[in-house]
Design a protein around this ligand. Structure first.
Ligand code: ADP
Ligand code: MG
Length: 238
């Protein structure tokens, strides 16, 4: 079974045709990176997968189920945003547990999952703190923790490192790679950064102007880019 199948997905905002006949498959446990320049439709594509936007046409299957009419909270996904999107008035524990509370999980389950996730992310000593009392890297780890506690089948990351400085970016990138190994979940990771794409991905989807330009492993794309755009983007001389 595939974790995600997009079939001829299109998305328009009024007259503006943003996503054009997108066909992508993500296998279970795969780490797939969507890469492409700013404005090419990466965030819109993630939002369509998450159910935060409806596809104008085409089908979205998650774990074998057609989810076009399924609300975000029922899709078995969790999304991590670039802006962290933490609640400033809630401490780390409450930020991480909010979605579980909304799912009406028991206190025992909530405590266990937050403990597990905060251990994974080295946040155990910060559970009482508020977002304003955390560094950028810690905030982003809380945002990742908030996704982990929901135990999703599919994680969606939208440029999670772009607000971090270079050293933290590298660390957090390694942490995300470790999480992928530990959790054995499927992950889709959006970036406009070639290095992130090349180092994290099992498979890269290169997007350009709302279309899929090429799909392949980092080495396939590096060695056999279909055109100058892909070559230029991934830094090979072809
Ligand atoms: P990326 O994440 O690759 O930078 P986006 O998905 O954010 O690109 O945007 C792709 C295009 O869709 C842009 O031209 C953007 O202006 C347009 N777009 C995104 N969201 C909306 C919206 N809600 N209404 C109108 N246009 C939008
Ligand atoms: Mg974006």
């Amino acid at each position: 079974m595939t974790a995600l199948t997009l079939t001829n997905v299109n998305k328009s905002f009024g007259e503006v045709h943003v996503l054009k006949d997108i066909n992508i498959e993500v296998e279970e446990g795969e780490f797939v990176v969507f890469v492409g320049p700013s404005g090419c439709g990466k965030s819109t594509l993630l939002r369509v997968i998450a159910g935060l936007e409806d596809a104008t046409s085409g089908e979205v299957h998650i774990g074998g189920d057609l989810v076009n009419n399924t609300p975000p909270s029922k899709r078995g996904i969790a999304m991590v945003f670039q802006s962290y999107a933490l609640y400033p008035h809630l401490n780390v524990f409450k930020n991480m547990s909010l979605a579980l509370k909304q799912e009406k999980q028991s206190k025992a389950v909530i405590n266990e999952r937050v403990a597990k996730a905060s251990k994974m992310l080295n946040l155990e000593d910060y559970l009482e703190r508020y977002p304003s009392e955390l560094s950028g890297g810690q905030r982003q780890r809380v945002a990742i923790g908030r996704a982990i506690v929901r135990e999703p089948k599919l994680f969606l990351f939208d440029e999670p490192l772009s607000n971090l400085d270079a050293a933290l970016r590298m660390n957090t990138r390694l942490e995300i790679a470790n999480l992928h190994d530990t959790l054995a979940a499927s992950m889709i990771y959006v970036t406009h950064d070639q290095t992130e794409a090349m180092t994290l991905a099992d498979k890269i989807v290169v997007l350009r102007d709302g279309r899929v330009e090429q799909i392949g492993s980092p080495m396939e794309l590096y060695n056999n880019p279909v055109n100058q755009f892909v070559a230029g983007f991934l830094g090979s001389p072809a």
